[in-house]
Design a protein around this ligand. Structure first.
Ligand code: GLC
Length: 423
């Protein structure tokens, strides 16, 4: 082979490799958020999920209680379709105050909020140009999403939109004209990513639909173009940026970010006289999520008048009081080195391990050995404890009076980074 031929061969294959690498990077860039854009989410730990719509007038479950045809999924809800689809004509939540919701979330120690822009029932809680079935055509007339977005931006709370690609209202959904539905879906997401300033999370709820069902590859490309720093969950037929275990605490996992979504009552949307989880249960759930290296997205369903139910708001307030005192052991931590167990869970940050004792099963808590020396210990929410470290493990005890009803947060300071103690 002549030198010139060889040179051009080398050049060609070089070019080929470069193109391939560029393609791979392009692929990665829309499928996954950059690690630096995930950081705030991993540090935030705690967010407010809000399921709301005209269905709150009935007090039944959002989307699911709608009667009539449910293309793609079997079953019929208890509210006749004619009634369900006309509820918005009576929906006038005059006590809705976006600033108040944001304040409630912030006082609870939450760092972000995710709101149902459109649920499976197809009703848009924003002023979409693509449908008449929307909040601005209700007696209320106001764009709830716009007001919430503004309040979040002003209040310094990260903003997420829940959006259901599943739609039991749209005439083309899962029919031979499904392509038209996909155009509508992409159009609505374009609106949400264009008209409301910075959006931090897109939270799809595609109920097992595939990437083809929603043309999710193109959907993701568009979203990341419009909102370059956004993060997207795993429910649009693509892995997305984080996993979303539902109504259950995720298992310990440090490789892939995750967020458990859990209702404060028994339903996503508001239910009158619902059974509400205790403050203790909520805090334990949060601690177990964070100890497992995940987040908790705790859901409330506001009432038809626009207020978050006072009983629910009171619970959130109490969680906030705990976080005010013990936030250091939650925010910005990582899960482990002691994964969630019957006694509680461990979190860590820099040189500190935070041992969250949720149940004192016996006098002493025995933990496995670690590879660094404990140089100091304290109880973050008051009192002193006794810590004995040997090659066999760590023994922790404290007087009865120091054991907290909900969570005794013991700080173990090591003589080096906790990550080294875990190797
Ligand atoms: C389930 C429910 C849906 C709810 C979602 C939140 O998928 O069917 O109504 O919005 O959970 O994770």
């Amino acid at each position: 082979m002549k030198i010139r031929q060889m040179t051009s061969l080398v050049l060609c294959s070089g070019l080929f490799l470069l193109t391939m690498t560029a393609r791979a990077q392009e692929t990665e860039s829309y499928l996954q958020a950059k690690p630096e854009d995930m950081r705030w989410f991993r540090d935030a730990k705690f967010g407010l999920f809000i399921h709301w719509g005209p269905v709150s007038l009935k007090g039944t479950e959002i989307g699911w209680s709608r009667g009539g045809e449910r293309r793609g999924i079997k079953g019929v809800g208890p509210v006749p379709v004619e009634e369900y689809d006309n509820l918005y004509k009576k929906f006038n939540p005059v006590k809705f105050d976006a600033k108040e919701w944001v304040q409630i979330a912030k006082d609870a120690g939450m760092k972000y909020l995710v709101f149902t822009a459109k649920h499976h029932d197809g009703f848009s809680m924003f002023d979409t140009k693509l449908s008449e079935y929307k909040i601005t055509n209700s007696p209320f007339q106001r764009d709830v999403v716009a007001e919430l977005a503004k309040a979040c931006h002003e209040g310094g709370l990260k903003l997420g939109f829940y959006y259901s690609p599943v739609d039991w209202y749209h005439p083309d959904y899962r029919t031979e004209n499904h392509k038209r539905y996909i155009e509508f879906l992409h159009g609505q997401i374009r609106e949400l990513c264009t008209n409301y300033g910075q959006v931090d999370i897109l939270w799809f709820d595609g109920l097992g639909g595939t990437a083809e069902d929603w043309d999710s590859n193109n959907l993701f490309k568009m979203i990341r173009e419009l909102q370059p720093h956004i993060i997207i969950n795993d429910r649009a037929g693509l892995p997305g940026d984080f996993a979303t275990p539902e109504q259950t605490i995720g298992t310990f996992q440090t490789e892939r970010p995750w967020e458990s979504c859990i209702t404060i009552g028994t339903q996503w949307a508001w239910k009158p006289a619902d059974e509400i989880k205790s403050v203790s249960e909520c805090i334990h759930t949060l601690v177990r999520c964070v100890g497992g290296d995940g987040n908790l997205l705790l859901n409330v369903g506001p009432m038809p008048d626009g207020r978050i139910e006072p009983r629910q708001a009171a619970r959130l307030q109490k969680i906030g009081e705990f976080l005010n005192q013990c936030g250091e052991s939650i925010y910005g931590t990582r899960g482990g080195p002691f994964p969630p167990d019957s006694w509680g869970a461990g979190t860590h940050k820099e040189k500190n391990i935070y041992v969250h004792v949720l149940n004192w099963d016996s006098d002493k808590l025995i933990l496995p050995p670690i590879k660094k020396r404990i140089v100091r210990n304290s109880i973050l929410n008051g009192g002193v404890c006794f810590v004995k470290q040997t090659a066999e493990g760590i023994e922790i005890s404290t007087r009865e009076a120091n054991k907290k009803k909900i969570d005794t947060v013991i700080v173990l300071e090591l003589d080096g980074p906790v990550t080294d103690a875990m190797k």
